[in-house]
Write a protein that binds this ligand. Structure first.
Ligand code: NAD
Ligand code: TYD
Length: 358
């Protein structure tokens, strides 16, 4: 294991989103002298409030812009002498990809291609520095759906994406792979399981349930609630990405997961229990009365499970937060940060909510 420990000029795309903003905080805390530049289009999922405390950080810069804008990306790479890219920007919600896949193909496929191509020129013009890195942050959903007794996904599991979201992420993964094999560009790729934690947009399962419990609204569980996801606390994802950036040889791919498989219905019960314990004035208590089974998501993947042995054995990473601790921390965060999430329940969000749940 060779460390590439040194100061970096890092471009973080999608740094105003859920995982991106957690990663920006992680990086600024651990590497305060690095230059950190965030490029984010501020779509509905991007939120400057998630980065508000970094306004006074001397090495931090936020740029609003689209990763599909080749001129802007190339200019930024040159102007900031970027040597490291951490690419989070994406359309990320499966239900939205079912309603309208166009944006997913544009941002996830064309946007990733634009970044790769801009970085390739930037890297070549600077004499192909061996310490440069292009880290592409992807998902376990590219591997498709597992049966109850199937082994967990490894890095060699064949890609079988089932939703427009996972198909568009699979397309971007293939491009990243090709840029290493064809051009020798120093890429890295990670496929992570479901994340949870602070700054998570309300449309996803865990924040949606927390917010609906606080508002006394029904808790919509898709289908029979027996679908399984493998949950990882977002800070553990950030520490894994940090480890990959610092220690991995280029061209490698790693699965990241917490080995925490939970059925959706069990997870919702855990959240209800935590809210009943921690929230002083719930409109409906016990909150599990709010659980409502609703029509299933089309093409709903049954089970995801990640085998992260490669990352643990080769680079020494391991998760540090248990699901019990992570969920408690997350529930507390939504309880104490209504100023962050309340403004996100906008008219646009209500219209989206009606379309999916009505
Ligand atoms: P998110 O939806 O919360 O954030 C996405 C961010 O990207 C937003 O800030 C948005 O404004 C920005 N963005 C969207 N389109 C853009 C464009 N064209 N140009 C520039 N910025 C744009 O997503 P997330 O949950 O933080 O996921 C981040 C990455 O991690 C994604 O690539 C996703 O596929 C991957 N991932 C997510 C999870 C998860 O559980 N959330 C798990 C594994 C992998
Ligand atoms: P989600 O957070 O959308 O992540 P993903 O689809 O990328 O795994 O959903 C997690 C699980 O929760 C998934 O099996 C779908 C289910 N789910 C519900 O049952 N109800 C909901 O309202 C949502 C948003 C998700």
């Amino acid at each position: 294991m060779t460390s590439t420990e040194r100061s970096r000029n890092i471009l973080i795309t999608g740094g105003a989103g859920f995982i991106g903003s957690n990663f920006v905080h992680h990086w600024c805390k651990h590497y305060p002298s690095d230059r950190v530049v965030v490029l984010d289009a501020l779509t509905y999922a991007g939120n400057l409030k998630s980065l508000a405390d970094l306004d006074s950080h001397p090495n931090f810069r936020f740029v609003q812009g689209d990763i599909c804008d080749r001129m802007l990306v190339s200019q930024l790479l040159a102007e900031e002498a970027i040597d490291t890219v951490a690419h989070f920007a994406a359309e990320s919600h499966v239900d939205r990809s079912i309603l309208g896949p166009d944006a997913f193909v544009l941002t996830n496929v064309v946007g990733t291609f634009t970044l790769l191509e801009s970085f390739r020129y930037h890297w070549m013009e600077r004499g192909k520095p061996t310490g440069d890195r292009f880290l592409h942050v992807s998902t376990d959903e590219v591997y498709g759906s597992l049966g109850a007794n199937d082994p967990s996904f490894t890095e060699t599991t064949p890609y079988t994406p089932n939703s427009p979201y996972s198909a568009s992420k699979a397309g971007s993964d293939h491009l990243v792979r090709a840029y290493f094999h064809t051009y020798g560009m120093p890429t890295l790729m990670t496929n992570c399981s479901n994340n949870y934690g602070p700054y998570h947009f309300p449309e996803k399962l865990i924040p949606l349930m927390c917010i609906n419990i606080l508002m006394g609204k029904p808790l919509p569980v898709y289908g029979d609630g027996q679908n399984i996801r493998d949950w990882l606390y977002v800070e553990d994802h950030c520490s894994a990405l940090d480890c990959v950036l610092r220690y991995s040889a280029p061209g490698e791919t790693y699965n990241i997961g917490g080995n925490n498989e939970v059925k959706n219905i069990d997870l919702v019960h855990m959240l209800c229990g935590l809210m009943d314990e921690l929230a002083p004035n719930l409109p409906v208590r016990p909150s599990k009365q709010l659980i409502t089974f609703v029509k299933d998501r089309p093409g709903h993947d049954r089970r995801y499970a990640i085998d992260s042995t490669k990352l643990q054995m080769k680079l020494g990473w391991k998760p540090s937060v248990t699901v019990a601790e992570g969920l408690r921390h997350t529930v507390r965060w939504y309880l104490t940060n209504p100023d962050w999430w309340q403004p996100l329940l906008s008219e646009e969000y209500q219209a989206y909510y009606q379309t999916v749940y009505a």
